[in-house]
Design a protein around this ligand. Sequence first.
Ligand SMILES: Cc1cc2nc3c(=O)[nH]c(=O)nc-3n(C[C@H](O)[C@H](O)[C@H](O)COP(=O)(O)OP(=O)(O)OC[C@H]3O[C@@H](n4cnc5c(N)ncnc54)[C@H](O)[C@@H]3O)c2cc1C
Length: 367
Amino acid sequence: MDDCLIVGGGVVGLSLAYELAGHGQRVRVLERGQPGQEASWAGAGILPPGHFRTATDPYEALSGLSFELHGQWAEQLRAQTGVDTGYRRSGAIYVARTPEEVDLLRGAAAHWRAREVACEDVSPARLAELEPALAVGTILAALYVPDECQLRNPWHLRALVLGCQRRGVTIETGVGVDAFELSGGRAKRVVTPLGPRPAESFCLCGGAWTHSLLARLGVEVAMRPVRGQIALLRTSPPTLSRIVNEGRRYLVPRADGRVLVGSTEEEVGFDKRTTSAGIAGLLEFAIGLAPALAHAELERGWAGLRPGTVDGLPYLGRVPTIDNAFVAAGHARAGLGLSPGTAVVMSQLIRGEPLAVPLDLFRIPRS
Ligand SMILES: Cc1cc2nc3c(=O)[nH]c(=O)nc-3n(C[C@H](O)[C@H](O)[C@H](O)COP(=O)(O)OP(=O)(O)OC[C@H]3O[C@@H](n4cnc5c(N)ncnc54)[C@H](O)[C@@H]3O)c2cc1C
């Protein structure tokens, strides 16, 4: 029998499977589609910097731990699988083009400095030197954050799938979980169209669909899908070197000259279509910030469904009243970034070890 059965093969489920298997656990992942094809594939792969040591609350601790682990995991995955995850320290520029954004940027700078995250106020001349393609005259204030990193989501997911397989994880694709069989306050097995799958413990990592899995265990949580659209541009030669963030939108340059323009935030249910208004808004943002992008090729657009929660925090912990069922879902805009820390802490919880990060803040349910 498997030690742990994970429902959902997105970045959260695969990272947890990889980590548990690294501790000698027999792990099975059930994915109703193909692994890593939902929100995890659609994301931009931005990894904002943080330090575990200077964190002032459990969310920051999870972020800092994850940020530190990403570098280690990228090396480890490359050594184990031969796959380059695209992890690199590209650095980021944060810009403000309105007085409100200037206030927010000042707040962000104070936050980072208090936590010893490097960030530099950037004069217009320095900004033009760092990123000559930006419309410097429209920018009221800018910060340079040299440690911000990025990875290529599809590459990272491919590496995780191979890394899991190398560690003996069984990944069943096209197998959705319909229900749970319980007995004596414990989950015994999950019910799938291919038959039951028993395990010692279970973890629900179903992204935006986790609320319906929890509902089948009698637990109601307020989760909702938040659609994010992205437009992919291709430039030659490359237009930008660093990630450029403005508010909740960004330009992410890849080493091959592509630029991801993201992202919308829309509550439209489980609808993954791109829309003309969504893509047009992103293009207007991109061209306003870096006018040369008006000449870039529009390669494609896509959308994914972020797992949103009411307070923006993920659900991490034990399912109430069921001793051996756990949940790790609801990472909203930050699931790629938070995935290795989530995997380490959830693996500690499932294996009954002391936790690197206390999970009370992330308990289920909460209002
Ligand atoms: C446009 C966009 C940009 C983003 N940019 C970033 C970014 O730059 N940095 C960052 O950190 N995060 C980013 N995110 C957020 C990040 O992508 C998500 O937080 C993360 O992917 C969530 O991972 P997950 O594994 O929980 O969910 P998912 O990737 O959605 O995976 C859940 C999986 O569970 C499966 N599943 C569901 N129900 C069942 C069932 N009953 N049986 C079997 N399988 C089931 C699904 O098929 C799916 O494969 C972005 C998201 C979007 C949409």
